[in-house]
Design a binder for this molecule. Structure first.
Ligand code: SF4
Ligand code: SF4
Length: 332
């Protein structure tokens, strides 16, 4: 067998991580630590993690934290590309065309108004962070979840993280958009206890218009992983997005597609705009603008799942929150 696993993947002991979020109850069973890897082949218009999309660390600027160039010129002094300019109210304006994202200014900025999104971490560094909460995992049935971005955009790193977690008896889950090489998904799935799989729409054209890619590979990979590992629990997740897939009919076609698959559950995720400030910090426009999800629509969709597809229902967020609290209570 090649070094690195059954798929012959090479060892990749480090990769780009943009967040490690603790005490999550929304990303697999029990209380989990979610490791967010950078890089994604999709460009979903509603993406709440725009900092996940590019594979390398990126420069973010929060004007609210800036001391202004009237009182501080630290970033100006270190930027050899000449990309820092004085803007409104003395705040910094970054010329993103000339900025090389060397990130030197992030090290010079006292209040961290300039901040890197993402850093390179080794497998050991990540797993050490994850292991800090082992006590919560054993009490709640939780563990580590890989998210992103798309974890399999860095396939060797993602697979090595999963392998190392399994070696240390940590429960493993991975969120994927499914747009990845089958060989990578197959290898990663072999180290998983739970797979969280996004199906956004059954309409190939609409899928392409809103995410940048068609859904064919995604649906094909779902069938293949279901066939290859029939016992692996799969939670299909659909973010309900206004103007894209927020009708009962949109969701029903997804549920009809997956209802015959064994060992599969389904969860509808509410659209939110919490990622909007991050677009501003990256100098990007939020593609969804001010669009909101009507509360009535999500109610109808939840009613549809309960009435027509009860066998696909997953535990509600409220139930998960309750289990998190009770595990945390036992811990203290
Ligand atoms: S990341 Fe580098 S090039 Fe870009 S503004 Fe900062 S110092 Fe200048
Ligand atoms: S170093 Fe930071 S606080 Fe100072 S001007 Fe630049 S962005 Fe603002």
């Amino acid at each position: 067998m090649a070094a690195g696993g059954p798929g012959g993947n090479k060892m990749k002991n480090s990769g780009a991580v943009f967040n490690i979020q603790k005490y999550s109850v929304h990303d697999g069973p029990g209380i989990r630590t979610v490791v967010f890897l950078k890089g994604c082949p999709l460009r979903c218009r509603w993406c709440s993690n725009p900092e996940s999309q590019k594979p390398q660390p990126q420069l973010a600027y929060n004007p609210n934290k800036c001391l202004t160039l009237d009182h501080c010129v630290r970033c100006l002094e270190v930027c050899t590309a000449g990309s820092i300019h004085k803007g409104k109210d003395g705040r910094v304006e970054i010329d993103r065309e000339t900025c090389t994202e060397c990130l030197l200014c992030t090290k010079a900025c006292p209040p961290l108004a300039l901040n890197p999104y993402g850093e390179t971490m080794t497998v050991d560094q990540v797993i050490q962070k994850v292991e800090e909460d082992s006590a919560f995992y054993s009490r709640s049935g939780g563990g580590m979840t890989l998210g992103g971005g798309e974890p399999l955009h860095q396939p060797e790193f993602a697979i090595d993280l999963l392998k190392e977690a399994r070696r240390r008896r940590i429960n493993t889950a991975m969120e994927t958009c499914g747009f990845c090489r089958w060989e990578d998904l197959q290898t990663a799935a072999g180290y998983l206890h739970t797979l969280l799989y996004d199906i956004k729409s059954m309409d190939a054209e609409k899928h392409k218009a809103f995410t940048g890619v068609s859904n064919e590979l995604i649906l094909d990979n779902l069938n293949r992983v279901r066939e290859a590992l029939p016992k692996l629990p799969i939670l299909i997740r659909t973010p309900i997005v206004p103007g894209f897939n927020d009708s009962v009919e949109d969701v029903r076609t997804i549920l009809q597609h997956i209802q015959g698959l064994p060992n599969v559950r389904f969860e509808a995720l509410d659209y939110h705009r919490m990622g909007k400030p991050k677009y501003e910090y990256l100098g990007l426009e939020f593609p969804m603008g001010d669009q909101m999800l009507e509360a009535e629509r999500i109610k109808l969709i939840r009613a549809l799942i309960r009435s027509e597809f009860p066998h696909l229902c997953s535990p509600s967020s409220a139930e998960k929150e309750e289990s998190r609290k009770s595990a945390a209570g036992r811990q203290t």
